[in-house]
Design a protein around this ligand. Structure first.
Ligand SMILES: Cc1cc2nc3c(=O)[nH]c(=O)nc-3n(C[C@H](O)[C@H](O)[C@H](O)COP(=O)(O)OP(=O)(O)OC[C@H]3O[C@@H](n4cnc5c(N)ncnc54)[C@H](O)[C@@H]3O)c2cc1C
Length: 406
């Protein structure tokens, strides 16, 4: 192993939380290293939503024009098809921000954009194929980490280590911090079906005949997410691919002809859903943000939003003292949790409620019986629609990028 790499801030994980924090720290002059274990951002599964709150951050950073030049589509309203009837449930038109829409962009493009802009900042370095493996603790304080990359084992020494390594966080396991599991009764099957150029609609949710599916437009294909009862994948597999094709056709009849593209269960990817939260997001020298601090369910498509809001809050609170070389106290690190906890609790509470209300467990073995009543209620009461738009688009507490900049 060579000499330790010395930085002010070392971030494990180049997802939305880690890349945004890396960018903001470096912008404030903090010498920052982001470690990402994969060689690129082209993971099969990445949420594709860039929310109005994140777009506002791009406006505040002066990046919005360049960002919106990247191929994307704009979702101004969320529609849901319930047993053949189309309901407009949420409209972002009234949000008090500059971009009143959700931008749909493959997340690898979003992360590549942040990485490219980040490269212009001398204080930022992003190492790909570099996996954080263990924490280095001295005198009751985290002072760095050990990892493994293309050049072999390495060691990083940092004033602050941030775990932004997602819901399977290695650093979280290492930290000994206590996790509260909030339970998730669902899993998701993820697959692609080709898209006909004439399929123009932006409808996202399809709740038909007790099946729930999300269809996300990705140019020449539909990225599909079929929701199943937790642990129901084996039952589905046992019933065979034809039975699954029939379920997809029931959920989204316009895709019936395309279901033959699913040749076997190898064409499906099982994404297990977790909803949990760390009791304490930090300990001396170490802070967790994003899914590593609070794993989010896909309900409402708000996890990326929350992860980025955590990053903005952390940078607003910690970049200035770090840049000045001040030693961060436990109280300083705890300030991030104090600022973000209520928003996180409320959104996770909403996700838990929606999961339990929409997907009644045990009704069917392989998928939950869907109760569409809550969605119908939201669609019929404008005030609830406004609240849902705010919650999805901005979260509970909108974080604005502070002006600290070198
Ligand atoms: C099925 C499903 C669908 C979802 N759909 C949406 C959606 O449409 N919209 C939405 O907003 N949210 C969605 N979410 C939630 C969203 O994916 C997460 O909340 C969000 O990605 C959290 O961002 P993050 O940066 O904290 O973590 P992640 O996005 O998980 O990023 C963590 C990064 O760390 C890297 N990493 C992991 N371990 C290490 C290590 N040891 N060393 C170095 N790097 C490491 C990973 O490769 C990854 O790049 C969904 C979740 C699920 C389960």
């Amino acid at each position: 192993m060579g000499d330790p790499i010395q930085v002010q801030c070392c971030i494990a994980g180049g997802g939305p939380a880690g890349m945004m924090l890396g960018y903001l720290m470096a912008r404030a002059g903090v010498k920052t290293l982001v470690l990402e274990k994969h060689g690129d951002f082209l993971r099969d599964f990445r949420g594709d939503t860039v929310h109005p709150s994140t777009l506002q951050a791009m406006v505040d950073l002066g990046l919005i024009d360049a960002f919106l030049q990247r191929p994307h589509s704009e979702l101004h309203h969320i529609g849901v098809e319930i047993d053949g009837e189309v309901l407009q449930v949420v409209s972002f038109d009234h949000l008090p921000v500059d971009c009143r829409f959700v931008a749909f962009m493959p997340q690898w493009d979003f992360l590549n954009f942040l990485a490219e802009e980040g490269r212009k900042l001398p204080a930022l370095s992003v190492r790909m194929r570099a996996e954080a493996q263990s924490l280095i603790e001295e005198g009751g304080r985290v002072v760095g980490l050990r990892g493994h990359g293309t050049g072999g084992a390495f060691e990083v020494r940092a004033d602050l280590v941030v775990g932004a390594d997602g819901r399977g966080s290695t650093l979280r396991d290492q930290s000994g911090l206590k996790v509260e599991n909030l339970g998730a009764p669902i899993d998701v099957l993820w697959f692609r079906l080709s898209r006909d150029p004439r399929d123009e609609d932006q409808l996202l949710g399809r709740l038909n005949n007790g099946h729930f599916m999300i269809t996300i437009e990705r140019g020449d294909y539909w990225q599909c997410a079929y929701v199943i009862k937790k642990g129901g994948a084996d039952t589905l597999r046992a019933a065979g691919i034809d039975a699954f094709r029939a379920k997809v056709a029931e959920a989204a009849s316009f895709l019936t002809a395309k279901t033959s593209e699913l040749e076997s269960f190898d064409d499906l990817k099982l994404l297990t859903v977790t909803l949990d939260r760390l009791e304490h997001w930090s300990k001396p020298g170490l802070l967790f943000i994003g899914d590593a601090a609070h794993a989010m369910s896909p309900i409402g498509g708000v996890g990326i939003n929350l992860a980025i809001q955590d990053a903005i809050a952390a940078a607003n609170l910690l970049a200035d003292p770090l840049a000045r070389g001040a030693a961060l106290t436990e109280h300083d690190l705890d300030a991030v949790q104090r600022r973000r906890l209520l928003a996180t609790r409320l959104i996770q509470g909403f996700q838990a409620l929606a999961q339990d209300r929409l997907f009644k467990p045990g009704v069917q073995e392989d998928h939950g019986q869907i109760d569409a009543t809550p969605i119908k209620v939201v669609a019929s009461i404008p005030l609830l629609g406004h609240l849902a738009a705010r919650m999805i688009g901005l979260g509970v507490r909108l974080e604005r990028v502070s002006s600290v900049k070198v």
